[in-house]
Design a protein around this ligand. Structure first.
Ligand code: HEM
Length: 383
């Protein structure tokens, strides 16, 4: 049994913690709406992060981390308040409990990833699990809102006190995020050297020896170079069909009369995959700008779409596309099939799923093809 002195100290500590929590805890309905708002922010920044590969978008990931960690305080307030009700389950309560568990799972896997954790789940890893759990919150949250929606009320806001509570909680979230970076460096974890996107280095400058991943289901049979050609179509003056020899630095072209404009080109670029790795290489092939100059693009042309043999496709604005590369080689090695042989797009600053593999067509368009958003999810699914 603890001596009387210890018991009094413990009781005092408990009392102090209870007063601290009471001072920090907003009114119940505000807690609910704050949870909703923070979940909306983490989900939006999580998805936006998939489209962000340039350092000027680092704020997206910082916001994601700070909002995610600020969620902890509100989750604690909420679960403390409703835990007694969860002991008397109904369908709605069971689904609410599931939502809480999935949210805690998303939080835990996010923090685990940030600290350099990894998990082998066959074709997936820890970051995929994190994203999966995060996305699973969406339908559960929609159901929860449909069943339990109560409009926020201004009576719940208590002026300066509420402002101070929110400042304290978000500052704690930001501090936790900052400390996570310092702790990672101090402990020298695998999380210390990750990019601002959260991705970790894999196989840079080692030719084809970097991870092979497919966005959703794309997995075509190897493309035979002799049967393959690159077609350039759309809003161009002189549509062209190019053979491998016309675009490869080791090709014995020229088959195309503008071969001189398609001089061998090399670019150093970093491929940052949304499954959590990045790899930097020298890519050899042709500059898309040279290809566009060779065929001549028409007035009003605004987008350049790169289409794969699988139907997968992605567009870049013309000016950005000019600086992209259509690569046949990586670090001087012919591209391996898994990396998109014979030709893949190298789009610096874009995430990996936008670096279209197995390219067989370049299409210049006036308007963006919206169907490509669907194609990235379904191409390969029917094979
Ligand atoms: C309930 C939903 C989610 C929560 C609570 C959550 C929370 C978190 C947290 C706390 C971290 C660690 C941040 C850090 O300490 O630096 C993190 C990392 C990350 N999350 Fe989420 N997340 C959610 C959903 C998503 C979704 C839907 C995506 C993508 C579509 C996503 C993508 C990422 C990525 C890429 C990282 C790594 C960032 C880094 O390592 O700095 N998250 N998340």
């Amino acid at each position: 049994m603890a001596p009387d002195g210890d018991r009094t100290a413990l009781a005092r500590l408990r009392g102090a913690l209870a007063r601290f929590r009471a001072a920090l805890e907003p009114r119940p309905r505000l807690v609910d709406w704050s949870l909703f708002a923070l979940l909306a922010v983490v989900l939006a920044t999580g998805v936006l992060g998939f489209l962000s590969g340039r350092p000027d978008r680092a704020w997206v990931f910082v916001t994601h981390g700070v909002a995610g960690l600020s969620l902890v305080a509100f989750l604690y307030f909420k679960l403390r308040r409703v835990r007694a009700r969860l002991a008397r389950p109904t369908v709605t309560r069971a689904l609410s409990a599931l939502m809480a568990a999935v949210t805690v799972g998303a939080l835990a896997t996010g923090v685990w990833w940030a600290f350099g954790g990894s998990l082998d789940l066959g074709p997936w890893g820890l970051l995929n699990l994190h994203v999966g759990l995060g996305l699973a919150v969406v339908p559960l949250l929609a159901y929860h809102l449909a069943k339990r929606f109560r409009p926020p009320s201004t009576r719940d806001v208590r002026g300066r006190r509420t402002a101070l509570q929110y400042t304290a909680i978000v500052t704690a979230g930001a501090l936790a995020w900052r400390l996570q970076g310092s702790a990672n460096r101090l402990l020298d974890t695998a999380g210390a050297t990750r990019r601002f996107t959260g991705s970790r280095e894999a196989g840079s400058d080692e030719g084809n020896a970097f991870p092979v991943t497919a966005w959703v289901a794309d997995d075509p049979a190897p493309v035979a170079v002799d049967d393959w050609s690159l077609s350039v179509r759309g809003a161009v003056d002189a549509p062209a069909d190019l053979a491998y020899a016309d675009v490869a630095p080791d090709g014995d072209g020229p088959a195309h009369e503008d071969r001189a404009l398609l001089a061998a080109h090399e670019d150093r670029a970093l491929l940052d995959c949304t499954s959590g790795w990045y790899s930097e290489h020298d890519w050899q092939g042709v500059r898309v700008g040279a290809l566009l100059d060779a065929v001549g693009i028409r007035d009003g042309a605004a987008w350049v779409q790169f289409r794969s043999v699988t139907g997968y496709r992605w567009s870049l604005p013309v000016e950005e596309a000019r600086d992209a590369t259509l690569a046949t080689h990586v670090d001087g090695e012919r591209l391996a099939h898994g990396h998109g042989a014979p030709l893949r797009l190298v789009a610096p600053g874009r995430r990996g799923f936008q670096w279209v593999k197995w390219v067989e067509e370049v299409r210049v368009t006036r308007r963006r093809d919206r169907s490509e958003w669907l194609a990235v999810f379904v191409s390969g699914v029917d094979e």
